[in-house]
Design a protein around this ligand. Sequence first.
Ligand SMILES: Nc1nc(=O)c2c([nH]1)NC[C@@H]1CN(c3ccc(C(=O)N[C@@H](CCC(=O)O)C(=O)O)cc3)CN21
Ligand SMILES: CC(C)C(=O)C(=O)O
Ligand SMILES: [Mg+2]
Length: 291
Amino acid sequence: MTQLSAAQTVQNSPSDGSRTLYGGKGTRRITVRDIALAKERGEKWPMLTAYDAMTASVFDESGIPVLLVGDSAGNCHLGYESTVPVTLDEMTMLSAAVVRGTQRALIVGDLPFGSYQEGPVQALRSATRLVKEAGVGAVKLEGGERSHEQIRLLVESGIPVMAHIGLTPQSVNAMGYRVQGRGEEAAQQLLRDAKSVQDAGAFAVVLELVPAELAAEVTRVLHIPTVGIGAGPETDAQVLVWTDMLGLTSGRVPKFVKKYADLREVMGNAARAYAEDVVGGTFPLEEHSVH
Ligand SMILES: Nc1nc(=O)c2c([nH]1)NC[C@@H]1CN(c3ccc(C(=O)N[C@@H](CCC(=O)O)C(=O)O)cc3)CN21
Ligand SMILES: CC(C)C(=O)C(=O)O
Ligand SMILES: [Mg+2]
C-alpha cells in the first residue's frame, strides 16, 4: 500500500526501541513512551477523533497513530447540542468500540463533563472504568491548574493522561466558544496551565483555539508534546474532529477545520440513487436475487 522512502525505513527502527508514529511498521500498540520519543526526534504527528469501530479501523489502517474518543461524540455522533450532556456510560461504550476496531493506534478516552470535577478520587474512579471496561491506553480531561490534582492521582495510579487547555468546551456555559490566551494576562495564565499539567505528569496537552504565537511558545517551553486544534502550525501534533475534516458535520464547522472530503455529498448522492432505483424498480436486479 504505502511506499516508504529509505529515510522513513531507517527512522522506523531507531536504536532506542521507539518508532516513527506515522509511517511506522508493525501492529504493536503505540504507547505514551513512543509519543515522548517523537518529540525528542522533532517528529510531528496527526490525531483524529473516532466514535465507532468501523471508522476507527479505517483511520488505524491509514496509520493515524493516536485516536481520541472525544466527547465531541455528543454533538457529532449522538445528536446533543454540545459535549455537556455526554455521560461516562456513553463514553465507555463508544471507547470500547474504538478499541475493538483498532490494532495499532493509542486510544485516548475523553472523560466527560461531571466525571472528574468533584476531585481526584472521582477522576480515578471514572478513568478506571475507561481503562478496565473499554480498554483505552490513556484518558483526557479538561483544565490546567484547576485539574492538577486529578491528573497527578491518575498518573500516580498508572493511567496516562492527556490534558486539554485553552478553549475547554465542557465549560461552554461559562466561557462560550471563544479564543483563549489573547492579551498578556490570559497568555500568562495559559503558560501557567501548561506547566501545571506537565508538572502533574500529563504525557501531552491539547491546546484548543489559542493564538498561533502563544501555542508556539508553549510548545518550545514544554518537554511534553502539544496537540493543537485551532492553535497554528507549530504544535508538535494536530487533532481534528473526524466528521469536520471529512465533511459530514451538519451546519457550521469551526474556521480552523480543513475539509479533506465531502462525505455528506457522497452519502447523500448514494442514498438518493438507491431510493430512485427502488422507487423505479431498477434495484434489485436478477444479479442481486437468489432462487
Ligand atoms: N464538530 C465539532 N468540531 C470541533 O472542533 C469541536 C466540537 N464539534 N465539539 C467540541 C469542541 C467545541 N469546539 C469548538 C466549537 C466552536 C468553535 C467556534 O465557534 N469557533 C469560532 C471562533 C470564535 C472566536 O473567534 O472567538 C470559529 O469561527 O472558529 C470552536 C471550537 C471544538 N470541538
Ligand atoms: C476537539 C478534541 C480535542 C476533543 O476534546 C473532542 O473531540 O472531544
Ligand atoms: Mg473533548
